[in-house]
Write a protein that binds this ligand. Sequence first.
Ligand code: CAA
Length: 505
Amino acid sequence: MFEINNIIFLKIYQFSIEFLIIRVEYQQVPLNVYHEKNCNMPAGIDDLAIYVPKLYLDYKDFAQARGIDPQKLEHGIGIKKMALVDTNQDAACMASNACLELMKKNNLHPDDIGRLYVATESSIDESKALNSFVVGMLEQVYGDSSFEHAGGIECKFACVSGSYAIYDNTNWIRAEENNDKAAIVVVTDIAKYDVGSAGEYTQGAGAVALLIKEEPRLLALDPKVTSTIIKNEYDFYRPFGKETPLVNGLYSNLLYLIQVRKAFDSYKEKAMRTGLIHLKDGESITDYIDLFTVHLPYRRMGEKALAYLLRHEWRTLPRWQHVIKEIGFDEPVPNDSRGTIESTLADKEFMKADEQFRKAFMQTSFYNEVYEQKMASSLEASNIIGNLYTASMYMGFRSLLECEFKKHHDIEGCRVGFGSYGSGSSAMVFSGVIQQSYKEIVKNMNLEEEIGFRKRLSMDEYQILRENERNLNESYARAKNEFILVKIGGSTADKAGFREYCYCN
Ligand code: CAA
């Protein structure tokens, strides 16, 4: 958005390219070419399973209680139901529930698993890793020490850490260190903000467990193109002992966009250098990504991230003049040429003009065509669950698979581009190709059914939950076929902080 060089270049270019054809032919890299050229052993996501807690807040109740227009929540943010954890649940229970579901549906035994990683920013202990709690719970079902042979850690980097965990475990398999075993990566989080804050309507909770294997049935990750970016930032953070994060909302939104775009630039360079994607004149790398799924703190943020990326990628291409023609006014240029986030945010005149332009761009047929074809399906789940931090992008991927299947779109061989973001801050961009046998798995997906019955909490009940006024054993929903937290702290001093879980039949 802020590259002045690109904008000047565009102005010169605009006059000479008026009548160039702007639509490019869809080009998909055939699967066999992909395998031969780039990877001897495809590895990636074989299957996934979800857990969403049984309580939710309805956006209309929330809007009324906080004096907000419900239209703002439904359309401006993109939330209808926010999932909430019960008194007897935490990130470890949710992770274990998702993991157990994944193992059951794939008839997996602990012997099949070589690594169990958990990525979260809702940790329950400063030292003891969350995956150790998950192992403890799973061993209640599979037997004492049944996971002893495996390894794994808890990973933290706000919402991006799950992507690092998947990348590392995929490489563990590619390096053939896995001894024929698979890895499970569980992303699990509780997004919780201060009562009355602007973040409060972007809450949610849930977990996704992903089975990482060679010859995966769902998605083979593209090798040698994964790209990351990292910088010390304070856009969103939660100091020790604090239950809710400190957030600079506007700053975090802009930082998300910029960091993902920078990681995408690096992805693009690698994709071209490795021959994964060959760009011809007038083409954009976004033409070669068939489906997008990005970090989703809320649905609208996904839509904005796509707009930001397309503007960045298309600005210097012949098609841009057609976009501008449809919009009817030029893209604004920052008054301040430093191009830092601070200088951009301080440039109020530019920010206002840029917001106007962004909104107009999102109304164009150009944006909407890409949005409908490549992103809309990934945003559906976010509407009825909310922010899941580490799990939000993977719930988006799950949503994409199910919705595309229900639309009768055959996505075999399609390339999915992932834009993962974690505050603090780091972004990771990577891609993968949907595999031949994906329908085997996707045909059985049904989000509403898998979530099951949920209790709609009143705002009074929510308030009580937020003030921790109910004990562990005073849950609102009745647990069935799932792990719950039954006790914190043992009876003796040497058991202080112990957490006890049990499986409820
Ligand atoms: N009808 C329809 N739409 C309306 C409306 C109405 N009556 N009133 C307002 N809106 C629209 C606004 O026009 C705006 O739309 P655009 O985004 O298209 O401009 C949208 O509703 C949001 O409204 P505001 O701009 O007034 O924003 P807000 O003050 O409500 O704050 C927020 C939004 C910054 C996201 C805030 O909820 C927040 O701080 N959330 C937590 C931080 C966050 O999620 N950051 C995202 C990036 S960081 C990250 O991704 C990590 C992570 O998971 C947290």
